[in-house]
Design a protein around this ligand. Sequence first.
Ligand SMILES: *Cc1c(COP(=O)(O)O)cnc(C)c1O
Length: 355
Amino acid sequence: MKTTMDFPPELGRIDSVPRSILTTGQTPLEPMPNLTKHCGGAQLFVKRDDCTGLAFGGNKVRQLEFYFGAASAENADTILITGAVQSNFVRMAAAAARKLGMTCHIQLEERVVTEDPRYHVSGNVFVDKLLGATLHSYPHGEDESGADRQLGKLAAGLRDAGHRPYIIHLAPGHPPLGSLGYVVAAHELLQQILEIDLPVDEIFVGSGSGATHAGLLFGLRALGSSIQVTGVCVRRDAISQEVRVRNTCHEIATLLDIESKVTDDDIKLIDSFLAPGYGVTNAATSNAIVIGAQTEALILDPVYSGKAIAGLIHQAKLASDSSTFVFVHTGGTPAIFAYQKDIEEALAISDGSSD
Ligand SMILES: *Cc1c(COP(=O)(O)O)cnc(C)c1O
């Protein structure tokens, strides 16, 4: 399925990149008056990308529109994808595959050490199974190229058996199709901001692969906006992540055949909520998840959106009440069931009160 949309010429050839529409339209931009009051600093708003509308939603739906566009253009019938055991990306790929009449092979990487048995059976894993994806396991969670090579072997086997596989790669070095979803989202968000004349100073977003962060930043700058985008690191430290985001911005420029307006100074990152590492929560994050739920009824996860909102809360408290921040809620809903133990511990400490 190829869809033509009305994008301004500033976004280059994005209209002509194959895209399978999977989102339900615009996600809401909402004020967060209770969290604003809780922090006592910046005026806070949330872009509800947890409501993108496919099997619990999240940011990956926007990214997958372009991967599935490419897969459909190649007439693929089977999608292969790799990710952490509680990956939201693989869950949504399994969902998108069903919607588009394809099958999905998921490779789950052991990246996280945990004592909670729910991690390997509940949350996203359970949804993957419900969607009928074929699950494979990969033991080396830190070897991105190795994970891709293993997918390549699975794809070769499927091809021999008469299928038409399409691989969604994990490691850098492939066209950043997923980022294009966030170039589109930058256009959408900018229109919403202009409609209500919101004087946004800063946007906060989780920065994992960096596809969301880079796409958003690239799109905003291409459209002439100078709003600061702050990525909250959830996968690797700020120094390594900056390289990723910068490279991805260059790759987007190549893909869209336009010049990048992103400067090195534009890439802002906070990594103080990353510890002890990917997929493992910390006290500030667990506490932020409880605050998000009990002020604005937001469901945030310990791996991504919880760490990102911990960054937002920290910065909002330091800012003056004349500044305006937007939090991009990237989803992760099913993961709360896999991390129930951590969240229950935070609840016990907060004693049911967010103050
Ligand atoms: C993957 C993910 C992110 C990070 O997005 P990237 O594009 O990989 O940087 C943030 N939040 C949630 C819920 C995710 O699943």
